[in-house]
Ligand binder design. Structure first.
Ligand SMILES: [Zn+2]
Length: 144
């Protein structure tokens, strides 16, 4: 299960509206709790490095990821997941999303943006033990 603070939830949805019709992407920071509960206390917006096809691909610069991870640790936060938007597409993961998800045990949040307005926000946990058997599983989103 993924617990999002109201401000983190609002902020990641707003990000998708701002970058429409392109995808936005970013990182979820917070705490890994017991029994697979991840609590998000803040988000970090990332620049989408995919300029060739920014409407349906996203990529976070590795150096930006390292910087965000370090800044999070200084505040006592870990990376617990990632988010991106699907402009005019459902809030369901694509084959590309599955292929490019590598953080087992983290959440992958997708928000559908229809005509510039955020609609559904879904989350999927990357389960499995490694790249060979990883799979994205629907998970409950709790906005507190
Ligand atoms: Zn996607």
């Amino acid at each position: 299960m993924l617990k999002l603070s109201q401000s983190a939830y609002t902020s990641l949805r707003l990000h998708g509206e701002e970058t429409y019709p392109h995808e936005c992407c970013g990182i979820l920071l917070g705490q890994m709790g017991d029994e697979g509960v991840r609590s998000v206390t803040s988000i970090a917006r990332a620049g989408n490095t995919r300029t060739d096809s920014a409407h349906n691909r996203y990529n976070i610069d590795p150096s930006e990821l390292v910087r965000i991870q370090r800044e999070g640790r200084n505040r006592g936060e870990d990376i617990v997941g990632f988010y991106h938007s699907h402009p005019d597409h459902p809030a369901q993961w694509s084959q590309t999303d599955h292929n490019e998800a590598h953080w087992i045990g983290c959440s992958y949040v997708i928000t559908s943006i229809e005509k510039g307005k955020a609609v559904l926000t879904n989350s999927f946990e990357l389960s499995g033990s490694d790249e060979s058997d990883k799979h994205l599983v629907d998970e409950q989103v709790d906005v507190a």
